[in-house]
Design a protein around this ligand. Structure first.
Ligand code: CDP
Length: 218
């Protein structure tokens, strides 16, 4: 079973993906960390993440061990990630890792939950259930500020909101795998939902999808 979860920054997709993975006993991959890892490699090498040759070389070097680097959550890395993510050669370099994880999940799990921007449209169009998680930019910025402050960082709401709008624009307007819901995705607006309510809505949708599968009883 593959569950695809897409959506913009701080829409709540990561929290939801982790909970669904735990609930169904599936492996979880936060694909944003692959783009962040590629961006961090480019920054560490002193290169310009917007330069195709630099970004492609960095993306090709990304491996599983990179995904635990605590620096991946830095805002400068998030911004650089959305710059490298617009380069088709970078997306190509990271494709096999994601498909391999989905089809051969680690630790003998019987499936995987992947979250990102193009899981339902490009990486796993065959996923059994696709969710597109969204919320207003203001709600998402408020969540990100809370997360940052809980992590001991200082965060200014207006600056976070602006960064988020910049990244949304880059992610939605790029030509390579732009952020759009798949035709068969369930669009869930979490502006007025807490994590429990979003989880309940997602579970109900997945149950409907599984019941409608060929061969399902009921
Ligand atoms: O956690 P947050 O939502 O802030 O961002 P992320 O999921 O870690 O993704 C960082 C950046 O990587 C995004 O702004 C996208 O540009 C890019 N990305 C992508 O293009 N495709 C994915 N499947 C995941 C992330």
């Amino acid at each position: 079973m593959i569950i695809a979860i897409d959506g913009p920054a701080a829409s709540g997709k990561g929290t939801l993906a982790r909970r669904l993975a735990r609930h169904f006993g599936l492996a979880h991959l936060d694909t944003g960390r692959l783009y962040r890892a590629a961006a961090l490699r480019a920054l560490d090498a002193g290169g310009d993440p917007a330069e195709e040759a630099v970004a492609e070389k960095a993306a090709k070097a990304v491996h599983a061990g990179d995904l635990d680097d605590p620096r991946l959550s830095e805002e400068r890395v998030a911004q650089a990630a959305s710059v490298v993510a617009a380069i088709p050669a970078v997306r190509r370099a990271l494709l096999a890792f994601q498909r391999d994880f989905a089809h051969h999940p680690p630790d003998g799990a019987k499936g995987a939950v992947l979250d990102g921007r193009d899981i339902g449209t490009v990486i796993c169009p065959e996923a059994e259930a696709k969710l597109f998680i969204t919320a207003t930019p203001e709600a998402r910025a408020a969540r990100r500020v809370r997360e940052l402050r809980e992590g001991g960082e200082t965060a200014i709401y207006e600056a976070v909101l602006q960064d988020m709008k910049d990244r949304d624009a880059r992610d939605s307007q790029r030509r390579a795998a732009p952020l759009v819901p798949a035709d068969d995705a369930y669009v869930l607006d979490t502006t007025a939902l807490d994590a429990d309510a979003a989880f309940a809505a997602a579970l109900a949708f997945i149950a409907r999808r599984l019941a409608a599968r060929p061969g399902a009883r009921g």
